[in-house]
Design a protein around this ligand. Sequence first.
Ligand code: XMP
Length: 327
Amino acid sequence: MEEIRRPDNMARINTPELADAFIEEQIRLIKEQVGDKKVLLALSGGVDSSVCAALLIKAIGKQLVCVHVNHGLLRKGEPEQVIEVFKNRMDANLIYIDAVDRFLDKLAGVSDPEQKRKIIGGEFIEVFAEEARKLDDIEFLAQGTIWPDILESEQGIKAHHNAGGLPDDMNFKLVEPVKILFKDEVRTVGARLGLPDNMVYRQPFPGPGLGVRCPGAITRDRLEAVRESDAILREEFAANGLAGKVWQYFTVVPDFKSTGVRNGERVYEWAVVIRAINSTDAMAASPEHLSYELIEKLVNRITSEVKGVNRVLFDFTPKPPATIEWE
Ligand code: XMP
């Protein structure tokens, strides 16, 4: 098949009308490419795979088989939202795989960040490939590749991560309906396809998920502290009009404990670190200036609601010299 590229003179898709025209055109192209064959898609719930899924569901309905792998490193409520949006509302053909134990067992005791990434990436491919082998007559693999992925892989900045990794004998033909779009265009299209705002306008989230925010060897209890504190942070940011305004915000629970007092007893518990930064391209970042009132509220809620946490710290370091994540 001829390589499809973004035309140099293509108008930026920044209005509902332009999004609608793109959607119509893609539906036609997908139908033409796929015919009556089946398409497989790994649906993480991130922006790109979600928009890709929504487009394909509109074009070919149940000929699309979505596989959502819950690796245990997703944010609170994310797997539930994927099921709600795609299975319940869009009536998609969705296979949900609970692989939490499989991933966490493999990660037990592993503290090196690169090793953790390797295990998460490798296990993901394995789970996905196992599932794909159970399905008959799949000819196509859909991917939420976007235009910056192509440009960056051409410039050697990163490997074209999407296509990579599946075993050699699984040679699916690719369907990449958002391949010529920039991220902001993917969001505009996603909104027109009826995806919820918190899915379309979500903050950047690393592939290895909360795994990078649980530095050192991941344990289930510390991971739970990351997930619960992150949920509280998101709730409070939403309640204070900061969701969508601050570029990225999350919590980290480093692998150390310190003393504290609870109900008159000495305790030895973790500290939650809050990171809230603004950036345009993730190359440089500066911390958001939160009000003391909000910080106090976060400290109170996190220390009283999150099990095993007796301190809350705020990371006020810009990038550089720090990175955004605490990997
Ligand atoms: P750092 O920590 O290097 O992060 O300053 C820069 C941005 O990249 C995000 N990030 C990732 N995004 N896959 C992604 O799609 C990944 O594996 C990954 N790791 C980090 C990070 O959240 C920040 O926005």
